[in-house]
Design a protein around this ligand. Structure first.
Ligand code: ATP
Ligand code: MG
Length: 420
């Protein structure tokens, strides 16, 4: 479900109260439902609020008016209510049960039903809670509050049946376990182990959306371990499975590095998880398989290819170092190095040195070039592949401080050409 999150939590919350009040004053049953209830009980700010009600979609629309509602989800019982400025929008869903899941992902049809049935069709007990914001009361048909207290992710009902209906739930189970730092309830985990292979019916976009949350969250190493342990990695990320099996000790170190990354983006987290076993080419295939953006795929490759490029950087020519430091991915590379140094309890003077360089004014570390292709044309150099070579050498000389004027750059060009 696509949500347009509000940017003002207080406005979103009071709008969510108003939506429930409006439905109740019209004689309907209505509660906050699912993720928002869970998040509030965990002391987290909900991303958005969902309301569940016994009102039918057309009644909801009538009550809130066509101008303030969207009916894109009406066929499965969902009406979107547009909030006042800053309050975002709220999805009001009629209590429903899902009938039949022949594709292993989406219900074939929905039937409107009671609150209790609606709780039972949800995936995990902690996601099956309702909250009445008018009476400030939790309505718990599925034992969700106990599992919140225990810190565990447990499928509602029979886990094998629930995962058979919708295979994406296997990956959601893992994602919730990791993002809340919970345990995966043993029978729920067992069911995933039995069925992990079937995760393949889920679209790559959905798989990578879940993986993104796992790998950019704070417990990403635990997430990778669970991915392997549950059998899901064998189905969606066999390359990592192999890396873990080939050299377990090396893989432990990789996981420690991954865990130490400070708020990494998806590309950095993946590159660090791939190193040193999954090569650039294979990483690119994984990126394409998961429909990552070209920018993300390029960043992963850039990072893997630059691993080590800044090691002992103080002893390297500035001209080679500078090209790495001025690249867009330099921040990621340094964060990665820092995590590696910490893991290996190694000296991180090189990282600190690079960060000091990056703190200098941009025109100092990346000065305007002394020479361009146009200058070479004007200087009468015949066009050809030599241009790239000449400009590179001039740039090196400039960065390393051997020349500091266009005249000196042209002299260098003449010298190189006469030597060739
Ligand atoms: P998030 O913080 O990721 O938004 P969420 O629990 O709100 O977590 P949503 O995907 O927004 O997740 O779904 C809202 C609610 O709908 C869930 O809390 C759950 O009750 C139910 N739900 C979502 N996806 C499924 C599913 N695949 N199977 C069963 N119930 C689901
Ligand atoms: Mg949600």
């Amino acid at each position: 479900m696509v949500h347009h999150s509000s940017n003002q939590p207080e406005a979103a919350r009071s709008f969510a109260v108003e939506v429930v009040r409006t439905l109740r004053e019209a004689g309907h049953e209505a509660y906050w439902a699912g993720g928002c209830v869970r998040d509030r009980l965990l002391g987290r700010e909900p991303k958005d609020y969902d309301v569940a009600t016994d009102a039918q979609p057309r009644q909801v629309r009538k009550l809130f008016g066509h101008r303030r509602t969207l009916a894109v989800g009406a066929s499965f019982g969902v009406i979107t209510i547009l909030g006042p400025k800053g309050a975002g929008q709220i999805e009001v869903a009629t209590f429903r049960e899902d009938a039949g899941y022949s594709d292993g992902r989406h219900p074939d049809a929905v039937h409107f039903t009671t609150a209790q049935e609606d709780a039972s069709r949800r995936d995990f007990t902690i996601n099956g809670l309702f909250y009445d914001p008018l009476e400030e009361r939790v309505i718990d048909y599925v034992g969700g509050q106990d599992d919140l207290r225990l810190g565990q992710i447990r499928a509602i009902g029979n886990p094998v049946e629930r995962f058979t209906e919708d295979k994406l739930r296997m990956l959601r189970a893992l994602r919730f376990t990791v993002t809340f730092d919970f345990q995966l309830e043993p029978q729920t985990l067992d069911a995933i182990r039995q069925m992990a292979e079937q995760i393949r019916v889920v679209s790559p976009e959905r798989i990578s959306a879940e993986m993104r949350q796992v790998l950019t969250g704070p417990r990403r190493a635990a997430g990778i371990r669970l991915l392997i342990d549950s059998g899901l990695a064998a189905a969606i990320l066999p390359e990592l499975n192999e890396a873990a099996a080939t050299d377990p000790k090396c893989f432990e170190r990789t996981l420690e590095v991954v865990d130490r990354l400070d708020h990494p983006g998806f590309s950095l987290a993946l590159a660090a998880a791939f190193w040193p076993t999954v090569n650039t080419e294979t990483a690119g295939k994984i990126g394409e398989r998961w429909r990552l953006t070209n920018k993300e795929i390029d960043r992963i490759a850039w990072l893997l290819d630059r691993h080590g490029a800044l090691d002992a950087v103080q002893h390297k020519a500035w001209s080679s170092v500078q090209r790495v430091l001025v690249a867009e991915g330099a921040g990621d590379l340094l964060d990665w190095m820092q995590a590696e140094r910490a893991t290996d309890e190694a000296d991180d003077a090189d990282v600190a040195w690079c960060r000091r360089q990056l703190a200098r004014p941009h025109e100092e570390i990346d000065p305007a070039p002394l020479l361009s292709g146009a200058d070479l044309i004007e200087h009468g150099v015949p066009r050809g592949p030599i241009y790239r070579e000449l400009l590179d050498q001039v740039r090196d000389a400039q960065l390393d401080g051997r020349i500091d004027s266009t005249a000196a750059a042209l002299q260098l060009v003449d010298r190189i050409l006469s030597e060739n």
